[in-house]
Design a protein around this ligand. Structure first.
Ligand code: FES
Length: 83
């Protein structure tokens, strides 16, 4: 399972992170191995909007900063290939 955590705190919210959440949910709704969830502040507010991807099996997490829909889509594709 991979979890895409999208920051919903104030700075990322102002940078349209809600739209990123909606986009990610739409793109992953048929994929049971990827879950999308809102996150609190990821500590990189200057670079909003930000996300964190958690790899539950490997117990690893990585932040991605200033994420656009295109960037998020490329990350989702990478997650699918890595299965
Ligand atoms: S508000 Fe999103 S990283 Fe701080």
């Amino acid at each position: 399972m991979k979890i895409i955590r999208i920051c919903k705190a104030i700075y990322c919210c102002k940078a349209d992170s809600e739209k990123l959440i909606e986009f990610a949910e739409n793109k992953t709704q048929s994929d049971s191995t990827i879950k999308v969830e809102p996150s609190g502040c990821l500590g990189a507010c200057d670079y909003a909007p930000n996300i964190e991807i958690v790899d539950c099996q490997a117990n690893k997490r990585k932040k991605y900063l200033t994420v656009t829909k295109g960037y998020l889509m490329s990350l989702i594709k990478k997650l699918r290939k890595a299965k």
